[in-house]
Design a binder for this molecule. Structure first.
Ligand code: FES
Length: 128
C-alpha cells in the first residue's frame, strides 16, 4: 500500500507587513492574536489527532488582504476570512471533522466569485 494523500490541506496566509505599512496583512503587529493563529491551528489538529490527514501549510499572500486573517481549505476552495482562534476551532470541529463548512466565516461572494475559465484568461491575455 502507498502513502495516503492528506484529506485536507489548510493554507494559512502568513504574510506580514512591516509596522506602519499602509496595506493590511494577515499577520500584523497591530493584532497580536494574528501572529499566533498558525501555531494554534497546528496545535488543535494535533490535539484532535488528525494532523496526519489534515496538513496545515504556511503560505504567502492570497490576495484578499483586506479581509484577513484568511485561510484556504482544500479541496473545495473554501476561503475563510476574519479569523481568530475561536473561529479556527469551530472550522476544525464543523468543517474538517463534521464535514459542514462554517458558512458565516466564509468570504462573501462578491470577493470570491466563480473561478475564471483558463481559456478566457488566455484569450484576454492575447495568447493562442
Ligand atoms: S496578506 Fe493575507 S491575503 Fe494578503
Amino acid at each position: 500500500m502507498g502513502i495516503p494523500q492528506p484529506t485536507f490541506y489548510i493554507f494559512k496566509c502568513e504574510q506580514s507587513a512591516p509596522p506602519g505599512f499602509p496595506k493590511p496583512s494577515c499577520v500584523s503587529a497591530n493584532n497580536p492574536e494574528s501572529q499566533q493563529l498558525f501555531q494554534h491551528l497546528a496545535q488543535k489538529l494535533m490535539e484532535k489527532g488528525i494532523i496526519a490527514a489534515v496538513q496545515p501549510v504556511r503560505t504567502g499572500c492570497l490576495n484578499r488582504c483586506q479581509l484577513g486573517p484568511v485561510m484556504l481549505v482544500e479541496p473545495g476552495h473554501y476561503m475563510y476570512v476574519g479569523l481568530d482562534k475561536e473561529k479556527i476551532d469551530r472550522i476544525i470541529e464543523e468543517h474538517i471533522i463534521g464535514g459542514n463548512p462554517v458558512q458565516e466565516y466564509l468570504i462573501p461572494k462578491e470577493y470570491w466569485d466563480e473561478p475564471m475559465s483558463i481559456a478566457d484568461v488566455i484569450k484576454m491575455a492575447g495568447g493562442a
